[in-house]
Design a protein around this ligand. Structure first.
Ligand SMILES: Cc1cc2nc3c(=O)[nH]c(=O)nc-3n(C[C@H](O)[C@H](O)[C@H](O)COP(=O)(O)OP(=O)(O)OC[C@H]3O[C@@H](n4cnc5c(N)ncnc54)[C@H](O)[C@@H]3O)c2cc1C
Length: 394
């Protein structure tokens, strides 16, 4: 092999290129990306960029050392054997890496309404930041991770802010009610109005209409209702995808099409650790998986089977989650009293399988090891926040 093409110039795409050179591949590398920008980091978009602390989140990359042909502002439109079609003509490859990540969802008709924002790209973030002027009424649709971070920035910018959430708690998808109800007061403390069980009927310039008849003034509307894999361009190719559009890979991150691997947000992989197929649309996954993929591309046989990790920065709190919990796992809180810092762990028998830490980074660091190792943990010792987590091992 001497001609690797990487499609998608986000975190996973860039890390693939870096890993190729780090692991000694000396052949040709091409990195193709639809955005006009060099690869940049997304987590700061909803944090530092919206807060006005930075305007540029580009990754530091030594392009000369990476010796990579970069084609930015160019979109893959189709895949045939040995050829990726793009909006500017075909590109041949002998190994292909798909790293096209996620595309952001919006609401029906939103594109025709001025003042409606989504947040996926640096351009989105700059446009939204410009709209967060003091006094501007902001309505955010969705109290998920992005909604909470945007609400934090909007309130800090002096914008009267309302978050509209169809479910009965923030983050009700990933977490049970006993966790979700702990997030609710954070909104009020920040001066943000949180409307739960509220559904959007329609958007119009300057307003959001709810199905219960309420009309919310909105100088800016932010839609934070999730993402889908950006894999439509693979339609008709030999690359198998799930019903939701994730690229199906095996444990080595190889797709169903010979010579084609895939990595990052757009992938669903089998996990022996969790006994299920998983997709992980988080930064750490886009950082770690490319090294495994490249080792396999270069002839290795490394299974990718991570313990997922994720963080969010909302309402002045660092929220971190590691592992994966299921319905049957038992939830145990580690409450540190009135200081607003707490953790919660999920147990399967005497094993800690997941940990959520709110402003307790040491819990996260130590809990991560316990989750990774699967060592038995004493629940009573776990429940007392005075005990360092590493001391709770049985
Ligand atoms: C605002 C925001 C905040 C976030 N905060 C956090 C956080 O706090 N913690 C965390 O763990 N994760 C966070 N994430 C998620 C994290 O950024 C993603 O998991 C990560 O970016 C995934 O990297 P990726 O390279 O797989 O995909 P992406 O970052 O989506 O990159 C894919 C790239 O491929 C390009 N592309 C798509 N289709 C094509 C095509 N047909 N042809 C060519 N190029 C194409 C896209 O334009 C994009 O540049 C956040 C994401 C966003 C948007």
């Amino acid at each position: 092999m001497d001609n690797v093409l990487v499609v998608g110039a986000g975190m996973a795409g860039l890390q693939t290129v870096v890993a190729l050179r780090d692991q000694g591949y000396a052949g040709r590398v091409t990195l193709l990306g639809a955005e006009a920008h060099a690869p940049y980091d997304r987590p700061p978009l909803s944090k530092e960029v919206l807060a006005g602390k930075t305007d540029d989140t580009s990754f530091e990359a030594d392009w000369a050392a990476l010796d990579t042909e970069v084609l930015f502002g160019r979109t893959a439109t189709g895949l045939r054997e040995g050829v990726v079609d793009t909006d500017a003509g075909p590109i041949a490859y002998d190994r292909l890496v798909i790293a096209t990540g996620s595309r952001v969802l919006s609401l029906p008709g939103a594109a025709e309404v001025p003042g409606v924002h989504v947040l996926r790209t640096i351009d989105d973030a700059r446009a939204l930041r410009a709209a967060l002027v003091p006094g501007a009424h902001v309505v955010i649709v969705g109290a998920g991770w992005i909604g909470a971070e945007v609400a934090t920035a909007a309130a800090a910018a002096g914008c009267p802010t309302t978050v509209v959430e169809a479910l009965h708690a923030p983050l009700a998808g990933p977490f049970p009610d006993s966790i979700g109800e702990r997030f609710v007061p954070w909104y009020a403390e920040a001066g943000v109005e949180l409307l739960l069980g509220a559904r959007v009927d329609r958007l119009e310039p300057g307003a959001v209409h709810l199905t219960d008849g309420r009309r919310l003034r909105a100088d800016a509307i932010v839609v934070g209702v999730g993402v889908r894999p950006a894999t439509d361009w693979l339609a008709g190719s030999a690359v198998a995808r799930t019903a939701r559009g994730f690229v199906e890979v095996d444990e080595y991150l190889a797709t169903s099409m010979p010579g084609v691997h895939a990595v990052g947000d757009c992938v669903e992989f089998p996990s022996a650790r969790y006994g299920t197929r998983m997709h992980v649309e988080h930064w750490d996954n886009a950082l770690q998986a490319p090294r495994v993929l490249v080792a396999n591309l270069l002839g290795g046989e490394q299974a990718y089977d991570p313990v997922p990790y994720f963080w969010s920065d909302q309402f002045g709190r660092m929220v971190q989650y590691v592992g994966r919990h299921g319905e049957g796992d038992e939830l145990v809180f580690r409450d540190a009293g009135e200081d607003g810092k707490w953790s919660a762990g999920w147990f399967a028998g005497d094993r800690l399988v997941a940990l959520l830490a709110v402003a307790r980074p040491r819990d996260l660091a130590q809990g991560r090891k316990l989750v990774q190792l699967g060592t038995p943990v004493d629940r009573e010792r776990f429940a007392d926040p005075e005990n360092p987590l590493k001391s709770t091992v049985r």
